[in-house]
Write a protein of this length. Sequence first.
Length: 457
Amino acid sequence: MTVAVVLFTSDLRTHDHPPLHAAVAAADEVVPLFVHDPGIRDAGFAVPNREAFLADCLADLDASLRGTGGRLVLRSGPVVPEVCAVAAESGATQVYMAAGVTGYAHRREQRLRDALRRQGVTLRVYEGVVTAVAPGAVTPAGSDHYAVFTPYFRRWSQEPLRAPLPAPRTVRVPDRVHGEALPSRSLMSGVSPGLLTGGETEGRERLARWCGADLTRYEERHDDLAGDATSRLSPHLHFGSISPVELIHRARGRGGPGAEAFVRQVCWRDFHHQVLAARPDTARHDYRPRHDSWRTEKDAAQDIAAWRDGRTGYPVVDAAMRQLRHEGWMHNRARLLAASFLTKSLYVDWRIGARHFLALLVDGDVVNNQLNWQWVAGTGTDTRPHRVLNPVRQGKRYDPDGGYVHRWVPELAGVAADTVHEPWRLLPDQRAALDYPAPLVDLADGLARFKHARGRD
């Protein structure tokens, strides 16, 4: 009787799961295992919104496995000794898992490989599970990664994708291996009230609904703040409750400009993964240092607090920050505007903003969060590092009827669309009647400060 262990990490699904598929084919019995890693908590990544979504994902994964005759085994503790213990208890000779990208994931994988080898157990690691195209699979001449998105996208688009794998029909788990009770979202505090439901079942249903209703219009509507026409699949990609490979196949199967634009956005995710895999230090340090003397958290404390609370006086920025607090999620265009305002208008270190996003975003991860913040701050891969997104112009362009602002900034619910992005233009008595702050900073002053700091006067 052969036994294998499948270690789930950021791949909480049964469909299109190469390690699970290979383990079921190779062994008589399989132990599907998830380890609650205290290293994640100690690093500050185990925040309420992601823990709640994770609980949903684990419960759904367990239910899916029980539908095949199996179950999910949950353990808590350092990953390496816990996996080794489960391998010993079950008599497993193979452990299967998806490849990680971060420096932490790489170190964990190597420690696990070494420890299992001492037990006579082989670790098998699979690429193309967390991402569609593995980091390092496509590289430019003379470098280990692409530093600019467009040439990466051209090469990435030519890369053949494997066919999505079906979920296993049967998973036999040895009775002798026991786990802990699964966590429950209902027992957690500090969760955003509008947080989406997690899990593969929900993710696949959302994907099917969105592909049927909104994919064809994605190119024209993905920046529409009030229309909310994006897929909202980013949390499911983060936790791996849907497969990026299957997602791309589904989109390309529909075809058209909307599908092409959507696949391009999925490619951005792979692009950032290959950057971080080659440059792990960019989780904390600038990819392209500009030698900024950012305002410190102490010096800018009041401005940072107003930004976090959605009280900057710039309606579209405030709407974005309030959506983040309520839903644990934010529209992509809104993320760009909120980040640009903090870094370019207030000239606050991007790491302060990135930390706040990570504290609330259900899809927050060290790859996309950090590298997107650097892109906006002009210290990352953006080929136009000095671009500044004007929140008034952007609000008028992407929220022309004011629907997004009216939803998230109720103080301005009665303000007409032609004024809602510039409430300071109201008559003095109208302005005084609003419980809404004056602008935190003059945009021209902020731009001048930013240009001076970057040596571009």
